[in-house]
Ligand binder design. Structure first.
Ligand code: NAD
Length: 321
């Protein structure tokens, strides 16, 4: 296998590259990343060819894809609030960038896995989001991800491209950064709690998420690539857990061993009340996958933040990332 990972210097991308590089059947890993939110430090110690560039550079994409058998497409401008601030930039990378990538794959037809998002479900009232529900994105980010997965499936239908679009839910773990305006909830909570500061809580804390530890995600991605799994519809990549932000705060307090207080902030525009996956299709396609529990994943994440570890060293010291 020769694998191109777009967005490979990002949080999920770097873990994916590390897992791929350890697989005997993988001959080469190439990363394409513009380093807009990713970092080369995330790839310390990972055997990969790193190309700094954008998925909006069509010539570069064509060159890179000609040499690979698999593409794992993770490059994106992530975050709902970021897309609200600049919807055109979000669309350019997440929707148009994905279309460029698919077009570059049309001739040689590598196996393509891509990252869509639970945000495509928007505020659908059903407590468990299953893949047959009509999508109803609330944000430009969700709309762009819906376009990306729809294009991927259209390329499968129209040109026989083998594709597997995944809808990630709330992925967390080491390497996911806090301290910026668009930080995800777990790194924002963990870093505040460790500094003894109140955690930033938007809304009443009753909103619920289906948190997925990053290793559970990379296990599915690498298995899907190795077995060239395809699907005629997007597949939720989450395990159907329902955790409110209040409960997350309590669990975090137990792990860090001190009281965790919230600082109440107004609800965020585009925020979704209930985001819980149906994992039926995922479990059908990947019957062997065993997700890491929230408690174990959160402990590892806290340990990573506490020790301020250099990302590349984690694997060497036996951190189960
Ligand atoms: P991330 O920001 O850490 O990774 C995204 C990577 O894409 C970064 O390294 C960034 O530099 C790179 N990138 C951005 N624009 C690019 C461009 N034009 N060309 C090349 N590279 C570019 O975010 P992540 O959490 O690792 O997310 C990975 C993928 O998963 C994204 O597609 C994201 O939308 C999706 N996703 C993540 C979550 C989550 O909970 N983390 C949830 C749903 C979907």
């Amino acid at each position: 296998m020769r694998v191109l990972v777009t967005g490979g210097a990002g949080f999920i991308g770097a873990h994916t590259c590390r897992a791929l590089a350890a697989m005997p059947e993988v001959g080469n890993v190439t990363v394409l990343d513009d380093l807009s939110s990713g970092s080369l430090a995330n790839l310390d110690g990972v055997e990969a060819d790193i190309v700094t560039g954008s998925i909006l550079d069509r010539d570069l994409l064509t060159d890179l894809i000609a040499g690979v058998t698999h593409v794992i497409h993770l490059a994106a401008r992530p975050s709902v609030p970021r897309s609200l601030a600049d919807p055109l930039a979000s669309h350019a990378v997440n929707a148009t960038g994905t279309l460029h990538l698919l077009e570059a794959c049309r001739a040689s037809r590598p196996h393509v896995i891509l990252a869509s998002s639970s945000s495509v479900y928007g505020d659908r009232p059903e407590p468990r989001k299953h893949e047959d529900l009509p999508a109803r994105p609330l944000s430009p980010y969700g709309a762009g991800k819906l376009a990306a997965e729809a294009y991927a499936l259209a390329y499968a239908h129209s040109y026989g491209l083998p594709v597997l679009p995944f809808r990630f839910f709330n992925v967390y773990g080491p390497l996911q950064t806090a301290g910026h305006a668009y930080a995800a909830v777990i790194p924002a909570f963990v870093s505040a709690a460790l500094r003894g500061e109140p955690v930033p809580l938007h809304g009443d804390g009753g909103q619920a998420r289906d948190f997925t530890y990053v290793r559970s995600v990379t296990e599915v991605l690498t298995d899907a690539a190795a077995r060239q799994v395809t699907s005629a519809k997007p597949v939720n990549l989450a395990f159907g857990t329902r955790v409110s932000l209040r409960h997350l705060m309590d669990l975090l307090a137990e792990i860090v061993g001190r009281v965790v207080e919230p600082v109440s902030l107004p609800p965020r525009r585009g925020d979704i009340r209930e985001s819980q996956a149906s994992s039926r299709l995922l479990r059908e396609l990947f019957p062997d996958v065993r997700p890491v529990s929230l408690e174990d994943g959160l402990r590892t994440t806290v340990a990573w933040f506490e020790k301020g570890r250099v990302p590349g060293v984690d694997a060497e010291v036996g951190m189960p990332v």
